[in-house]
Design a protein around this ligand. Structure first.
Ligand code: ZN
Length: 270
């Protein structure tokens, strides 16, 4: 028997076959996409820690799926990295610094913007959409309610030329359950979170800004500036249900102590 025939016969014996389309996630990288300080925590936790500054992390997440790279959130604008004193906050928002650019962190991994297969942002606040247009050809998954939400002076929230898939609810991005966008409105009209199934780490829910830090999660507090208090509360309950059902971890994007304890790119989660 030739080697090729032997391999074929062994393959039949083991019932091996190539899947119709490659499935599954194998790596998740946490990228530093900004370091902020809010001047007054109570902006996010009404009546609690009034006047106390709040240090916050701002992460992006690069996920490797068998069908390609997926980017979740883009952080504050890379241009802030070049500002010696960072960017001052307005209307009680955080001051931002950018110790590392998003592009620099991708480059260190050998990933070019054009290598990204698809992307999504949790919502359209500037600390999440700061670099969407560094990926002008990449399909963007966003809730229709967020896309249609009028911006300042009725300006569109995204470049109208950016390829987009408008969602009205959840979306299993690659159809295999490994990366699922969860509709979690309330912080903004079309806010969304991300459920990722990793082979060793298990299921992780990336919060977006459904909640900003653990103490707010534990006490189910809703920031005063959220679009809808009721929707935010319902979305937190929904996430709690997912965590229980999937035995999942909640990774809270802006929770600095939690983020500081996580592996950062080029290290990754499997
Ligand atoms: Zn945010």
């Amino acid at each position: 028997m030739t080697l090729a025939r032997f391999a074929f016969a062994a393959c039949i014996a083991a019932f091996c076959s190539l899947p119709a389309s490659a499935a599954g996630v194998d790596k998740l990288y946490v990228l530093d996409c900004g370091q902020g300080v809010g001047p007054d925590q109570s902006r996010w936790s009404p009546g609690v820690n009034v006047g106390v500054p709040l240090p916050i992390s701002d992460n992006c997440y690069l996920i490797h799926h068998a069908q390609g790279w997926f980017l979740w959130d883009t952080g504050v604008a890379d241009a802030i990295a070049a500002m010696p004193d960072g960017q001052k906050g307005v209307n009680g928002g955080p001051d931002w610094k950018r110790p590392k650019t998003l592009l620099g962190q991708l480059e260190a991994l050998g990933v070019k913007p054009s290598d990204i297969k698809a992307m999504a942002v949790s919502h359209t606040h500037p600390d999440h959409i700061g670099n969407v247009e560094l990926f002008p050809q990449v399909m963007l998954y966003v809730q229709k309610a967020e896309y249609d939400w009028p911006g300042v002076n009725n300006a569109p929230r995204f470049n109208p030329n950016h390829p987009v898939t408008l969602l009205e609810g959840d979306r299993d991005v690659f159809g295999d359950g490994s990366i699922v966008i969860l509709s979690t409105p309330g912080h903004t009209p079309g806010h969304q979170s991300l459920q990722v199934k990793l082979p060793k780490t298990g299921v992780v829910v990336l919060s977006g800004d459904a909640v900003h830090f653990k103490d707010n999660w534990d006490n189910r507090r809703v920031p005063g500036f959220n679009f809808s208090k009721e929707q935010t509360a319902a979305s937190m309950e929904r996430i709690a249900d997912v965590l229980q059902k999937e035995h999942a971890q909640l990774w809270i994007n802006h929770d600095k102590p939690q983020s500081d304890a996580q592996k950062k790119s080029p290290e990754f989660y499997e």
